[in-house]
Write a new protein. Structure first.
Length: 301
């Protein structure tokens, strides 16, 4: 309904960016310890101050196969006492209060909701099943006393896979190793750079990532590229078998595990003949042994 009352919404468009093929999202999990309103704003369009009381309806236009209304949430600001555990030692007097959002109504978007000068959150989810290269849609928010709001929606499927032709990573204390990988861009509008980091959840292993070879490592759409991750072991790295939690940074952050075996004494070799004689160091890219830096346990020579 066009009433001339304009509504400020945020954001003006909802671009989910690169998403994995055959996935749904965005992730709306929240940490319950964070307190009210206890809801994720991911994939949400907010009207932070409704300008006029209204019955609000929402729907998707243009592409209902890849975009759906997840839910509609009405909230309002309330004053709540501060958690006593957050106050400084020795605090006296009444507990101070803090302004927080509180959920007062919520539905799945299939029926109108009533808003009375409150905070409105409309969340959208995507489905990247059987999608073309650039799905687009529109979220329509209609209040019977407002001008209609139209929010463009978009995402693009994107995926980069890191293959590990040879495992485990065998490395000696105090040494650096170029570990062979194959990177394959299986979906995406275009190519992308890829980097690797130790996972934020990885406990101490004495192993660090120094970069990639080549650097920067760029992979075009549809390309399979041979490359290496450069690892370094501390001189006091714990010996024996372990697993490294590694994050691949390309079209988002995606993790994988790499088995590692840390040895006390290893000799750096570049001889093709020696590498071909050591099955652990076979390149694995095409069934052909290729010259590359490697390491061999001295006790096996």
């Amino acid at each position: 309904m066009d009433t001339g009352i304009q509504v400020a919404d945020s954001p003006p468009q909802l671009d989910f960016g690169p998403v994995l093929p055959d996935s749904t999202g965005p992730d709306i999990s929240v940490d319950p310890s964070l307190g009210p309103p206890g809801i994720s704003f991911s994939g949400g369009v907010e009207i932070r101050s409704v300008p006029a009381n209204a019955q609000v309806s929402v729907h998707i236009e243009r592409d209902t196969a890849h975009f759906q209304v997840r839910d509609v949430t009405v909230m309002e600001w309330v004053l709540e006492p501060v958690d006593p555990g957050e106050l400084p030692p020795g605090h006296k007097g009444p507990l101070p209060k803090v302004k927080v959002l509180e959920i007062v109504n919520q539905n799945d978007g299939s029926s109108p909701v009533s808003v009375i000068g409150q905070y409105l959150l409309v969340r959208v989810q995507y489905s990247a099943f059987f999608s073309g290269p650039n799905p687009t849609g529109t979220l329509v928010i209609e209040g019977d006393t407002w001008e209609q709001i139209s929010v463009p929606l978009s995402f693009f499927p994107a995926q980069l896979i890191t293959e590990l032709p040879v495992t485990p990573l065998v490395i000696g204390r105090g040494q650096s190793v170029a570990f062979p990988i194959v990177v394959h861009c299986t979906a995406g509008q275009q190519g992308t750079d890829v980097t690797y980091e130790m996972s934020r959840t990885q406990l101490h292993t004495g192993i660090s990532i120094q970069g990639t070879a080549p650097s920067p490592l760029h992979v075009n759409f549809g390309e399979r590229r041979n490359a290496s991750i450069l690892f370094k072991a501390d001189s006091d790295a714990p010996l024996g078998a372990n697993s490294l939690a590694i994050d691949q940074l390309a079209f988002g952050r995606h993790g994988f595990l790499l088995p590692v075996d840390i040895k006390p004494n290893l000799t750096v070799l570049t001889s093709t003949a020696v590498l071909c004689g050591n099955k652990r160091r076979h390149s694995g890219f095409s069934g052909i042994c290729k010259p590359m830096a490697g390491i061999v346990d001295e006790s096996t020579i």
